[in-house]
Design a protein around this ligand. Structure first.
Ligand SMILES: *Cc1c(COP(=O)(O)O)cnc(C)c1O
Length: 377
């Protein structure tokens, strides 16, 4: 047998296969080029066009475009009324931004554990974390699989909480007959280059709450009651500001790319699902490597294909296997370091090991394998 690249052998691939990558075709390029030749680079007609197309895609009343997925969380949390003193329940197994956005608003993220097979937010643990200060539950559709929204909705109603979905992995997935984007009071998306729809940087919030959508549109634009284009169309310089907002706008350049990309999401989702089936089959006979569990009654968007390595059945640990795959040119990754173990949360929020044991144990064993629409068999 030829030696592994890690031991000096020739790598399986000469170029790195990334774990995720955007797909940009000639159509996308021409759409962006047309914006560059137009009158509006930002706050122009493409923003509303993208919002309308996205709302139609997810089947929601409203979609609000913002500068990235973190801004989507920030604006949604603010529109949901999250503020100083509030507690927001988030899963430990997520990207830091899900928790950080609560900190931006003076609220406190409270970490709940995940289900051992799916790594999705565990409703039983959520209920145990609810206090008088709890304002909201944020579900994360980890890897692209929708959470148990029936159970989470019941909990939210019983305790009068807002239910949010950080759906950054799950665009294109469905839950029963409902699409991701409609499963919570607010759902947030990221269009970062590695996500299922890529505009470079970008984000969106979907909601059926029309007033909240208006608040988010003002918050993304400094809190002003009108934007540059509206004032230009009215021939007026006047604006009013009732509340302090931020600049979390998304440009027309990004939105044009988003409109073009959105049309391809169904095909891309199918492609990632078929890659996942190939992985499933390949790993079915390997006891040391298990794919994450799939819940019944839904479709999975497979933004990530995550496996767990069983240390008892392997002679090398996760770190060595990770490095060996990297050396072969296979761009594996690890999603995620449990957020409560990051230095800020340990130091400033007093979190520590043992808070979410399922997420902590999973973190030692997981590896994300390459999965993106443009990947060949
Ligand atoms: C990517 C991601 C974010 C942040 O999105 P950005 O566009 O990078 O700000 C938040 N939550 C989850 C689960 C993500 O995957």
């Amino acid at each position: 047998m030829t030696p592994l690249a890690l031991s000096g052998g020739p790598p399986v691939r000469t170029t790195l296969l990334p774990y995720a990558r955007q797909t940009v075709d000639e159509d996308d390029i021409q759409t962006v080029e047309a914006v560059l030749r137009s009158d509006w680079l930002t706050t122009g007609p493409k923003v509303e066009e993208f919002e309308k197309a996205f709302a139609a895609f997810t089947g929601t009343q409203e979609a609000v475009a913002v500068s990235n997925g973190t801004a989507a969380l920030h604006a949604a949390y603010a529109a949901a009324g999250i503020g100083p003193g509030d507690e927001v329940i988030v899963p430990a197994m997520t990207f830091a931004a899900t928790a950080n956005a609560a900190v931006f608003l003076g609220a406190r993220p409270v970490f709940a554990d995940v289900h051992p097979e799916t790594l999705l937010l565990d409703p039983v643990c959520v209920e145990a974390r609810i206090t008088n200060a709890t304002k909201a539950i944020v579900a994360v559709d980890y890897a692209g699989q929708p959470c148990d929204y029936a159970a989470l909705r019941t909990l939210a109603q019983k305790h009068h909480l807002v239910l949010l979905a950080d759906a950054c992995h799950a665009l294109g997935a469905t839950y029963g007959t409902a699409k991701v984007g409609t499963l919570a009071d607010f759902s947030t998306f990221s269009f970062h280059a590695v996500k299922p729809l890529a505009t470079g940087e970008g984000g969106m919030i979907t909601t059926d709450d029309i007033d909240a959508a208006g608040r988010m549109r003002r918050l993304r634009n400094h809190g002003l009651t009108s934007d540059h284009r509206e004032r230009q169309e009215r021939g007026s310089w006047l604006y009013e500001m009732e509340q302090v907002g931020w600049n979390e706008r998304l440009s027309d350049i990004h939105c044009a790319l988003g409109i073009s990309q959105l049309k391809k999401v169904p095909t891309w989702t199918k492609r990632r699902q078929s890659i996942a089936r190939m992985y499933d089959e390949a790993f079915a006979s390997l006891a040391a490597v298990t794919s994450l569990g799939k819940r019944a009654g839904l479709t999975h968007a497979y933004h990530l294909y995550v496996v767990r390595l069983d240390p008892k059945r392997l002679s090398a640990n996760r770190k060595v296997i990770f490095e060996a795959l990297r050396a072969e040119g296979i761009g594996v990754n690890v999603h995620y370091i449990p957020v409560h173990l990051l230095a800020y949360y340990r130091r400033d929020q007093g979190t520590s090991e043992g808070l979410c044991p399922v997420a902590e144990a999973a973190y030692q064993q997981i590896v994300s394998l390459p999965s993106f629409a443009g990947m060949t068999a």
